[in-house]
Design a protein around this ligand. Structure first.
Ligand code: G1P
Ligand code: ZN
Length: 542
């Protein structure tokens, strides 16, 4: 029996680059999650009997929202829901399941790398039939719908058992509880040379994978330990916890410090990697060698042909604007295009669908390919393993050889977190009005070549995205980029992206912080960071 529940709109249910992301306490308000999910269904207008995929990263509140979403899907005419056992589906696995089973879309419940627990964050994201995040036209329509919604629909049924595989019926709709790992693991096995990796492991190749008590634990144990033969214990913190053990499941040098220290110390295994809350980000560290995500994209692109899934070469590369230009040089050498898109994975979807790019990546530790329509943490780890196994070199050697051929883009991102929104907006506004006189201006040894506010015209559908960050390009290929985060849940976060290019015959083995010192000083003078924010140093450097 379908029930129609009267409701009224909430303020600010605007999905950002990664869906709607708020504190758990916000999602727990009566009607709040229901309003958003109903707005998604009202906009998606899936044909009657369609399939919907539902899964999340296992964080606190995951199960509650999944039960609500299942009942609402039944009331809204879906014919079938596929839900991961225990409510678990990593973001890339959800993308794959949507594609594999021809679903009309999916709800992914995650706040990615943000902390979890009753006082922490939660999120809901809608992915479309291609398996990727809904494009801006859809998220804008969902937002518009949340502002006029006056009812949501549900059926009055008890919670289903999410922990038992099999099919149950909810209000006339089939709910299939599926193994969250199996389909994804087979996909990985089809793309990579598992035999070569197994042989390297048998030869003594070692690794440490930190699942950060988040969703990738079960995936990593099945693939790395069970299928590739790495010893038990290779996967650390492999059991997903509702609060990620109290940590930020963000695989960077700050939050994955234990792994970082291990990899820089005397007992380092050959290779270290980690993934984030929902499994779409990756961290790659060789023995004694941190690989920046921008470099990782370039190095994977340059060697992807060594994996069976990419043996035919790449159609193109895509990177988000703030990601370093290291990948551009690889694309140039291969004679394929390199697309520069705004921040956020959704911009890659059209390029992948149109066959204009095969590999894409972001400086924020997101790398992926046309195998799904999300970035994919374990995929990046497995491509690295495949390449190292086939080439028989260490990650450090691979990096050095890469730089000696293409040059090196020294890179860092400085984040100023929790600043007052008004201060952050004022900084960006002032920066934008002061761009015109910058070209030709000198800041220490650096001379500005061009300065602009980045806009993107999608080459596939012609849609235009403006105000995607301020780019200051210096002569010689170095660069500073300023933009405000679209995923924070408290105040504003200013991100300053710093990049210094050293050609192949330049200084390739220096400390990044020293190499970026002039750029850091220039960034502060250009944007007045200290003056606007009152901060003398960033909160996080990655
Ligand atoms: C951040 C990253 C961006 C990524 C997004 C979702 O967004 O910078 O690259 O796509 O998270 O994982 P931001 O907070 O910068 O808007
Ligand atoms: Zn994530």
């Amino acid at each position: 029996m379908i029930q129609t529940v009267p409701t009224r709109p909430f303020d600010g249910q605007k999905p950002g680059t990664s869906g709607l992301r708020k504190k758990v306490s916000v999602f727990r308000q009566p009607n709040y999650s229901e309003n958003f999910i109903q707005s998604v269904f009202d906009v998606a207008k899936a044909a009657k009997g369609s399939t919907l995929v539902i899964g999340g990263d296992g964080r606190f509140h995951n199960r509650t929202v999944i039960q609500q979403a299942i009942r609402m899907a039944a009331a809204n005419g879906y014919g079938e829901v596929l839900v991961g056992q225990g409510g678990i589906l990593s973001t890339p696995a959800a993308s794959h399941v949507i594609r594999k089973f021809g679903a009309s879309g999916g709800l992914i419940l995650s706040a990615s790398h943000n902390p979890g627990g009753p006082d922490a964050d939660f999120g809901i994201k809608y992915n479309i039939a291609n398996g990727g995040p809904a494009p801006e036209t859809v998220t804008e329509a969902i937002y518009a719908r949340t502002r006029e919604i006056n009812r949501w629909m549900t059926v009055d049924t008890p919670d289903i058992d999410l922990d038992t595989l099999g099919t149950v019926e909810v209000g006339g709709m089939a709910v299939k509880v599926i193994d969250p790992v199996a389909d994804y693991a087979s996909l990985m096995e089809s793309l990579f040379d598992f035999a070569a990796i197994r042989a390297a492991v048998a030869d003594g190749f070692t690794m440490a994978f930190d699942a950060m008590s988040a969703v990738t634990g079960p995936y990593a144990i099945e693939i790395l330990e069970n299928r590739l033969g790495f010893p038990k214990g290779t996967v650390r913190s492999g059991v997903p916890l509702e609060d990620f053990g109290g940590h930020h499941p963000d695989p960077n040098m700050v939050h994955a410090k234990a792994l970082f220290d291990l990899m820089m110390g005397p007992d380092a295994p050959d290779f270290g990697a980690a993934s984030d809350g929902d499994g779409d980000r990756n961290l790659i560290i060789g023995k004694g060698r941190f690989i920046t995500p921008s470099d990782s994209l370039a190095m994977l692109a340059a060697n992807a042909h060594l994996a069976p899934g990419y043996a035919g070469g790449l159609k193109g590369i895509a990177r988000s604007m703030p990601t370093s230009a290291a990948a551009d040089r690889v694309a140039d050498a291969m004679g394929v295009p390199c697309h520069e898109t705004p921040t956020g994975w959704k911009f890659f979807g059209n390029l992948l669908d149109a066959g204009m790019a095969t590999i894409c990546g972001e400086e924020s530790a997101g790398t992926g390919s046309d195998h799904v329509r999300e970035k994919d943490g374990l995929w990046a780890v497995l491509l690295w393993l495949n390449i190292l196994a086939v080439r028989g070199v260490s990650a450090d050697t691979l990096a050095r050889e890469h730089w000696a051929r293409f040059g090196r883009n020294y890179y860092a991102r400085h984040d100023y977190e929790g600043i007052e929104t008004a201060c952050a907006d004022a900084l960006m506004a002032e920066l934008k009005t002061n761009l015109a006189p910058l070209p030709g201006a000198a800041f220490g040894p650096l001379t500005v070549a061009t300065a602009d506010s980045f806009s993107y015209t999608d080459p596939v559908d012609g849609s235009v995205s403006t105000n995607q960050g301020i780019r200051i390009l210096f002569e010689g290929g170095s660069r500073v980029v300023f933009r405000l985060s679209g995923t924070g849940t408290e105040g504003a976060t200013l991100r300053v992206y710093l990049e210094r290019f050293e050609p192949a015959d330049g200084d390739l083995d220096e400390e990044t912080s020293a190499m970026l010192a002039d750029l850091i000083a220039a960034a502060d003078r250009i944007a007045g960071i200290a003056r606007h924010t009152g901060r003398s140093a960033p909160d996080v450097v990655t």
